[in-house]
Write a protein that binds this ligand. Structure first.
Ligand code: UDP
Length: 239
């Protein structure tokens, strides 16, 4: 893999990515495949932080729409992200990548609490750090958790691996003339309510000048491509 121009990145994966071709939950074979891609990225010398969503298991909004108390449902969503983090830690360690999980909701039997200085040490020692449970509070998403950790860990960029290959000026599923941006500035994304990440996550990246690279993680090898500045992607950055 060609050497990327970043030193430290945060990779955010939607929980849905872990489903592979399933409709729900975790497909261990697909997670193993993702882990190999993460390993290849790390082997180029990158320092890697990971945040994984929980949408493959539970989303607070979905629970609330069916009558649940929103905060209670959000806590369930946060617990789902811990399960995904543990699945990814397992897959990464099975391919030889030392990995630590730090959760914003403390659960010391299964992982560490979020401690920034300890996370720094892990990265220095060549470990991948997976930040779980988002920001640890309801009414937020793992996108906000990703932006927060990217800022806190001084990452050079936030890579958002999802099922679409970038940011469009309108929904490409509804409008066949939708245009994908190669680059777009934060304020255009916010003003147009373009579906990249939630607004608080985009604003946090804007205020801390962290570029957001949106790409599809579904095609094999694409992470390597975008890290090398190739492949299909959209970079959200200062105008
Ligand atoms: N969540 C939360 N606070 C956070 C992060 C996540 O309440 O800081 C909950 C929220 O209910 C969310 C769920 O966890 O729907 C799963 O996260 P998300 O929807 O961001 O996952 P993704 O869409 O990336 O798979």
């Amino acid at each position: 893999m060609p050497k990327p121009s970043y030193k430290r990145i945060l990779l955010k994966l939607s929980g849905e990515v872990l489903m592979g071709s399933q409709q729900f939950g975790i497909d261990p074979e697909f997670v193993a495949e993702l882990a190999r891609e993460v390993k290849a990225a790390k082997d180029t010398g990158l320092e890697l932080c990971l945040v994984i969503g929980g949408g493959n298991i539970f989303r607070g909004m979905a629970g609330a729409a069916k009558g649940m108390d929103r905060a209670q449902a959000d806590y369930m969503g946060m617990l789902a992200t811990v399960m995904n983090a543990l699945a990814m830690q397992n897959a990464l360690e099975q391919c030889g990548v030392p990995t630590r999980v730090q959760s914003a909701i403390e659960m010391d039997k299964v992982c560490e609490p979020v401690i920034r200085r300890r996370a720094e040490r892990h990265l220095e020692k060549g470990r991948v750090v997976i930040f779980a449970a988002g920001v640890g509070e309801p009414y937020f998403t793992t996108d906000s958790g990703a932006a927060l950790r990217a800022a806190e860990m001084q990452c050079d960029a936030l890579f958002k691996g999802t099922s679409v290959d970038g940011v469009y000026d309108s929904d490409p599923k509804k409008n066949k003339h939708a245009k994908r941006y190669d680059t777009v500035d934060y304020d255009t994304v916010l003003a147009g309510n373009l579906k990249v990440m939630d607004a608080s996550a985009v604003a946090l990246c804007r205020d801390n000048d962290i570029p957001i690279v949106v790409f599809s993680i579904r095609e094999r090898g694409n992470l390597a491509q975008v890290l090398a500045g190739k492949g299909t992607q959209t970079i959200v950055r200062k105008g």
